[in-house]
Design a protein around this ligand. Structure first.
Ligand code: DGP
Length: 123
């Protein structure tokens, strides 16, 4: 079971309204809200409302409607946050090697400053 979903994770609790969040945008399938520990002037998390652990889980098992909506919300967030022109980065950490802390799929939308190189060169 590579993608067993834990419904006690913090984002599941946010989706159930048990924990407050600073919502940027919400649709039937997707929620976008500000990261509690922002690493850039713009740091928005975009999550599907369905129980998906990580990106490949979602990409392989979500409905076309969920995938289309999630993708569209990421685009809308880029527009609303004003990062289209200067540029931005989207990141989705998965699993242990990806250092994923919260086991509910989320995409980080980062911008508002120069973000440097994506990764340190391998040594
Ligand atoms: P990751 O390492 O990719 O799983 O990132 C998890 C992110 O979630 C991290 O940047 C901090 C953020 N985060 C953790 N708990 C909360 C919370 O309760 N509210 C919000 N808004 N963000 C949270």
């Amino acid at each position: 079971m590579p993608h067993a979903y834990d419904d006690q994770n913090i984002f599941a609790r946010i989706l159930r309204g048990e924990i407050p969040n600073d919502t940027v945008m919400e649709t039937d399938h997707t929620l976008a809200f500000r990261d509690i520990q922002p690493q850039a002037p713009v740091h928005v998390l975009v999550i599907p409302k369905g129980p998906y652990v990580c990106y490949d889980h979602f990409a392989l098992e979500a409905s076309d409607a969920e995938i289309a909506d999630f993708t569209r919300v990421i685009g809308e967030v880029c527009k609303m946050e004003g990062v289209q022109e200067a540029g931005y980065r989207i990141i989705s950490n998965a699993g242990e090697a990806g250092v994923q802390e919260v086991p509910h799929l989320h995409v980080h939308v980062l911008g508002g400053r120069g973000l440097g190189r994506m990764l340190q060169p391998a040594r």
